[in-house]
Design a protein around this ligand. Structure first.
Ligand SMILES: [Zn+2]
Length: 138
């Protein structure tokens, strides 16, 4: 199963099951919304769906964006040891703190990369005087 597809379905499902529908969900009739929910659920493995339902039952979204290394659901910084995704929308990960599914936006993925072509300001070497020169005699 491709994770980008699962994430996409999960995002749709979160939008469809949101307490206060917004955006495209607003334009749907209740019947259409139910059908769309069924459709979205079909694209999600049952283990992920079970985890998702747990959040929905608490009135929360099961999916949150990672911004600047921070989970936008609990606003906690992910541990440095948390593996960064190889591709921005290529894997399904959960927050170490609140357990929400995480997704990285492309902007975030770019940010985590070292800047290429950045001009390195060459600092003149400061020769520290008195350091390593005059050893205080024991
Ligand atoms: Zn979190």
């Amino acid at each position: 199963m491709e994770s980008p597809r699962i994430l996409h379905a999960l995002r749709r499902l979160n939008d469809l099951q949101a307490k206060r529908p917004r955006g495209w969900v607003k334009g749907l009739t209740e019947n259409e919304r139910m059908l769309a929910i069924e459709h979205a659920r079909m694209g999600i493995p049952s283990s992920i769906l079970a985890h998702h339902e747990l959040f929905v039952s608490r009135g929360k979204r099961s999916l949150a964006e990672v911004r600047h290394g921070v989970c936008t659901a609990c606003l906690m910084k992910l541990p440095a040891a948390h593996p960064l995704p190889a591709s921005p929308i290529g894997r399904i990960d959960v927050c170490d703190h609140c357990g929400v599914f995480l997704f990285w936006t492309e902007a975030e993925a770019v940010e985590t990369k070292p800047p290429t072509g950045a001009v390195k300001a060459k600092r003149p070497k400061v020769t520290s005087q008195g350091k390593g020169k005059n050893h205080p005699s024991p």
